[in-house]
Design a protein around this ligand. Sequence first.
Ligand code: MLT
Length: 326
Amino acid sequence: MRITRRLLTVALALSAVSGPALAQSFPSRPITLIVPFTAGGPTDAIARLVGQSMSTTLGQPVVIENVAGAGGTVGAARTAKAEPDGYTLLIAHVSLAASASLYKSLPYDTATAFEPVGLVNTGPMVLAAKKDFGPPDAKAFLARLKQDGPKVTIAHAGVGSNAHLCGLLLQQAIGAKLTEVAYRGTGPAMNDLVGGQVDILCDQSTNGVPQIEAKTVRGYAVTSAKRLDVVKELPTLQEAGLPGFEFTLWHGLYAPKGTPAPIVAALNAALRTAVADPTIRSRFAAGGTEVYPEAELTPAAHQTRLEREIATWKDVVAKTGVSAGN
Ligand code: MLT
């Protein structure tokens, strides 16, 4: 407890901007961490793990609120409009960057509506099917998707979600159109995959690996350039015959624009304590995901990544012509 208090003091002292009195007493009440997808999914699980540690460091509860819908943009909008006082945060991922181009209109400007607090984790997606889908390996799996096209249902978590973007790139790579089924998160999507109500799902490794290991679903491939240690038997999609296919997800924490710098610094320090925790690191590793190197844990590094990702997805959206249709 003494160490964590000292960390906060250092973070506040190091901040270049001297904030108002509010910043000096921060936090003096519970903090809300908005998860823009359903409870029981991968983003929710990461938020709860990190939020618990941050609450110990900050000495105030970090309360998770699931504000799901429209590929994460409903929760992002709520955060963008919240008071910039450090008491409302958002955990978001690739969808925050991609939705800036995918959606014709959003109630916020992604590039300017948030103060990036810090990056949380990064990892691949895993491609899985309902247990009795059939194909014996990844190559046969891709051939089946190509052959059956719209007869195959692919679940996702709304336009712009990781699962949706991964599925879009997959359909483009194999040159076939599948039937998309939208959920408000991959928690319920995975439930339906286990139950056999949908055929396939590309999900974050932290949500997919435990089900593949438990054999409740059948794993076919990983979206990283290298195989994942935790499911070494699964080939990469590149090995399975899709050269250049790679999809990497990342999570970051955000505060509304205008949140005083000393408060962002205190939140960043608490986040860094969380991602340095060996228990959290080993939970991440068991799910095939990892934390960023020290140099990339600053709010500035996070801002750079967000800008880069907004530009990357703008290109992808322009090339593929996909849109959220709003
Ligand atoms: C979730 O927690 O449901 C995921 O973040 C959805 C996704 O992006 O695929």
